[in-house]
Design a protein around this ligand. Structure first.
Ligand code: ADP
Ligand code: MG
Length: 560
């Protein structure tokens, strides 16, 4: 066994700890929520590993979480008999290595305490939140199946110590040595209230000592009592679940700090039997574009946690969705490989995608303000949809929102349907322009003729727009057409007089065009008289089948 060792926190961890202690002191109750949440995750992991190795239970298969306190020693302890941790796991999980997304997190800090507290919440405060109420934390843990236990201890400043120790039962004890003034965490009634408020949905029993009144004081007895409901929230009937319970459960599965924007809870029966409880967050996480980001959906089989795997259960373009899917049919020993090409999983995924798209449609229709919030956070991700999910292309397309010349505002709030409703009677296509920035799109000389004729054009400047337009070529029978590509054919929007005038101009300009062609030589494909412009003298146009100027710029920037 190894002797006591002192190790330093990674610089970012140190910074995070300081920030957390100073900005979250008014949210002390979340400490209990975070530690209970970790204990619950540890039990889930043990149950899963024990499916293939029952010996891990060590004759103790009654999983629970215990909350206890010692008034004299001023300690609050959260214990679990879950999976536990090995020495390296302790070092890696709580201490030296910052979570993915830490850098982005620091970049997003504003210095405004209220705002930053919110950001910390989104980032996921987790274990470190202990230091909000404790000036010393001792963690003693033994991994299921191992003999050696580990003791980790820290004051939450620069470093922590780690040493070998003994522990009879498997799992983890987290002992909080409370800061001065934190006596409410030594109060039985207060603790039980907090547990019920934040952790009622936890599937495991959260056990505390029963207390009785003696001489005007509450004194713990030797008898245990289960404080929470300890039933899987998603398996309960909708009518029995309050809004607050839904919200707390969301915070548990998502590690988010704020309430969700919307959710859908359903029990599917028939060929595939499963329950899904899926949430749309109110805010995008920092790691939305990070490949190593947290997974999104927890898969359960008959209430047993199996794994967290976003890809098999939710497509990439819905990667922001959080929640639980509990199948009644999949085998308990389902592996990642089985999930990969299981038709049952495919059916569950398809059903769940429909639920989420339905939820978004409902939001768009009935709560437009919430939908605007959703779009601001996740619109760019949803735009990946038509390219990824062919079967639901039309549904997704109707959920898309764009900026357009109708408002000339950068806010993306024009649906394709609204665009079509405003189309001129003779107009056949949905016109758009893509550019690097909104300003470039809005001020493009290509727009001149459209503005003059009062024809609306969608202004696209998100990177993902080019990818979107590659797969979304029409909507409700109307072609999506770039106004910056090929010959501009306004079709029936041009009258005979226009065409006659254009012909005359072309005749007159013939010599000029020849001279420009000679001057520009190889650097252009073609020089033409245009009717696109009303004010500007000239513009660059991509060929009908060429990359658009914007896409060419994106590829060049990416080194291709
Ligand atoms: P998160 O729970 O979001 O991963 P935390 O800071 O809460 O972040 O915990 C960090 C990690 O420490 C967990 O992912 C887990 O691996 C480990 N951990 C924390 N508490 C426990 C526990 N009670 N039992 C086993 N592992 C734990
Ligand atoms: Mg946690």
């Amino acid at each position: 066994s190894q002797s006591k060792q002192t190790m330093g926190f990674q610089a970012e961890v140190k910074q995070l700890l300081q920030l957390m202690i100073h900005s979250l002191y008014s949210n002390k109750e979340i400490v209990l929520r975070e530690l209970i949440s970790n204990a619950s995750d540890a039990a889930d992991k043990l149950r899963f590993e024990a499916i293939s190795n029952a010996a891990l239970y060590e004759n103790d298969s009654e999983l629970n979480i215990r909350v206890s306190f010692d008034k004299a020693a001023r300690t609050l302890t959260i214990s679990d008999n879950g999976i536990g941790m090995r020495r390296e796991e302790v070092i890696n999980n709580i201490g030296t290595i910052a979570k993915s997304g830490t850098k982005e997190f620091f970049q997003n800090l504003t210095g405004d305490q209220a705002k930053d507290a919110n950001l910390i919440g989104q980032f996921g405060v987790g274990f470190y939140s202990s230091f909000i109420i404790a000036d010393k934390v001792t963690l003693i843990t033994r991994r299921a199946g191992e003999t050696e236990a580990v003791k980790w201890e820290s004051h939450g400043e620069g470093d922590f110590t780690i040493e070998a120790t003994e522990k009879a039962g498997r799992g983890t004890d987290v002992i909080l040595h409370l800061r001065e003034g934190e006596d409410e965490f030594l109060n039985d009634w207060k603790l039980k209230t907090i547990v019920r408020k934040y952790s009622d949905h936890i599937t495991l029993p959260i056990v505390m000592k029963k207390s009785e009144w003696k001489d005007g004081e509450q004194v713990p007895t030797d008898e245990d009592e289960t404080v929470n409901k300890a039933s899987a929230l998603w398996a309960r009937s909708k009518n029995d679940i309050s809004e607050e319970e839904y919200n707390e459960f969301y915070k548990h599965v998502s590690h988010d700090f704020e309430n969700p924007l919307a959710y859908t809870h359903s029990r599917v029966e028939g060929k595939q039997e499963y329950i899904s409880l899926l949430y749309v967050p109110a805010k995008a996480p920092f790691d939305l574009y990070d490949r190593d980001r947290r997974q999104g959906i927890k898969l359960y089989v008959k209430r047993v946690f199996i794994m967290e795997d976003a890809e098999k259960l939710m497509p990439q373009y819905l990667r922001f969705v959080r929640g639980v899917i509990d199948s009644a049919d999949l085998p308990l020993n389902v592996s990642r490989e089985i999930l990969q090409d299981s038709r049952d999983v495919e059916a569950i995924k398809n059903g769940s995608v429909k639920k989420v798209l339905g939820l978004l449609e409902d939001l768009a229709e009935n709560k437009p303000e919430d939908y605007a919030k959703f779009w601001e956070q996740f619109g760019r991700v949803l735009k990946e949809g038509p390219g990824e999910d062919f079967a639901n292309k039309d549904k997704i397309a109707s959920l898309l929102r764009f900026a357009s010349t109708h408002t000339d505002s950068e806010t993306q709030n024009v649906s394709l349907k609204a665009y079509i409703e405003r189309m001129k009677p003779e107009q056949e296509a949905i016109y758009y322009i893509t550019a690097d920035t909104f300003a470039a799109a809005k001020n493009s000389p290509h727009l001149e003729i459209f503005r003059k004729k009062g024809i609306e054009v969608l202004l696209m400047s998100d990177k993902v727009d080019e990818w979107l337009l590659g797969s979304l070529t029409e909507f409700e029978g109307k072609k999506l057409q770039s106004i910056a590509k090929g010959d501009l054919d306004l079709g029936k929007l041009e009258d005979e007089a226009d065409k006659e005038a254009q012909k005359q101009v072309e005749e007159q300009a013939k010599d000029l065009v020849e001279r420009i062609k000679t001057a520009l030589g190889e650097s252009v494909k073609e020089v033409k008289v245009t009717h696109r412009l009303t004010d500007s003298p000239a513009c660059l146009v991509a060929g009908e089948h060429d990359l658009s100027g914007n896409l060419a710029r994106i590829l060049k920037a990416a080194g291709q």
